[in-house]
Write a protein that binds this ligand. Structure first.
Ligand code: SF4
Length: 298
């Protein structure tokens, strides 16, 4: 059987995807969480509870970390070593690739050296433009939330129907994609983490040029800190979210479904009868095995 690996980010999308897999009886051999070392404490707490729930439903969870020169390294440590901010602040995305994508792929290659492996990603039906990866002889891609027409709202409802707590947004607490209001929320809830972000920004000041003003890329966390001290309006009102590559759609609308919802890990759901994961695209050089597995082309 072709191995199936889920990218578990710890946000609404990947959690809903795992819940739906159990509900529909679809096999997942491993749920992989790429730990940058910098998630919000709420996300680590959530994943602790959800991993227990998943294991009860037959899905093992593995946390993987980037290694640099053979040593487990967090993105914050890496940034401190080079007095730089995560690459997203400079308009690149290597922080996500190096600290999330690569550790996951390294783990999978070690576990299943021969391939192919079905990779389940949680892009939702509100963002089909992100489902761009084409399959090859190593990776077969599945974007089930899009096939199942599940947007953010439906993802949140799926988790609530299972009776489970809703996750928050998952991202590094110092993510340059965070908007001023989110940075302010961090400062309110976790002043020590806010201070670490400020220190990261201060150390990287010599690397800032042009439109890069600080850890928020086009605004600095120092300006957020100043506004807080002076109790003035927050610096830049960046209206539209500029999601990073790690973004998992957050719930941003009122939910119609709330009946009987209590949000406890004790809730179990009856596994469904099973089926095939929907696969996208066609491999460049299909093997006989892959050809037999392919569903439809979007
Ligand atoms: S959440 Fe932000 S800082 Fe963290 S890896 Fe992703 S893009 Fe980089």
């Amino acid at each position: 059987m072709t191995p199936v690996a889920l990218n578990l980010g710890g946000g609404t999308n990947s959690v809903a995807l795992a819940v739906e897999a159990v509900r529909r009886g679809l096999r997942i051999d491993v749920a992989l969480f790429a730990d940058t070392g910098g998630e919000w404490p709420e996300t680590y707490g959530y994943l602790w509870g959800f991993a227990g729930w998943l294991e009860r439903h037959g899905i093992p969870v593995v946390a993987v970390r980037a290694t640099l020169h053979g040593v487990d390294t967090t993105l914050e440590e890496h940034s401190a070593r080079h007095d730089r901010m995560p690459s997203k602040a400079y308009g690149r995305k290597s922080c996500s690739l190096r600290f999330k994508r690569d550790p996951i792929e390294k783990w999978i290659r070690a576990r299943w050296p021969a391939g192919p492996v079905v990779r389940i990603l949680g892009y939702d039906a509100d963002e089909p433009q992100r489902a761009r990866l084409t399959p090859d002889e190593r990776w077969l891609w599945s974007y089930p939330l899009i096939d199942w027409r599940m947007g953010r709202e439906e993802c949140a409802e799926s988790i609530m129907r299972a009776g489970l707590p809703l996750p928050g947004k998952s991202a590094c607490f110092y993510c340059p994609s965070a908007r001023p209001l989110e940075v302010n929320e961090l400062a309110d809830k976790h002043p020590a983490l806010f201070a670490r972000g400020l220190a990261m920004e201060a150390a990287a000041r010599p690397t800032m040029r042009g439109r890069v003003k600080g850890l928020g890329s086009d605004f600095s966390w120092a300006s957020v800190e100043r506004s807080r001290r002076m109790q003035t309006a927050l610096p830049i009102a960046r209206e539209a979210a500029d999601p990073c590559g790690c973004y998992e759609g957050a719930r941003d609308a009122d939910l119609a479904f709330t009946a009987g919802y209590c949000g406890q890990w004790a809730h179990d759901i009856e596994p469904g009868s099973g089926g095939e994961w929907p696969l996208w695209g066609a491999p460049s050089k299909p093997s006989a095995h892959q050809t037999s597995m392919f569903g439809r082309t979007p």
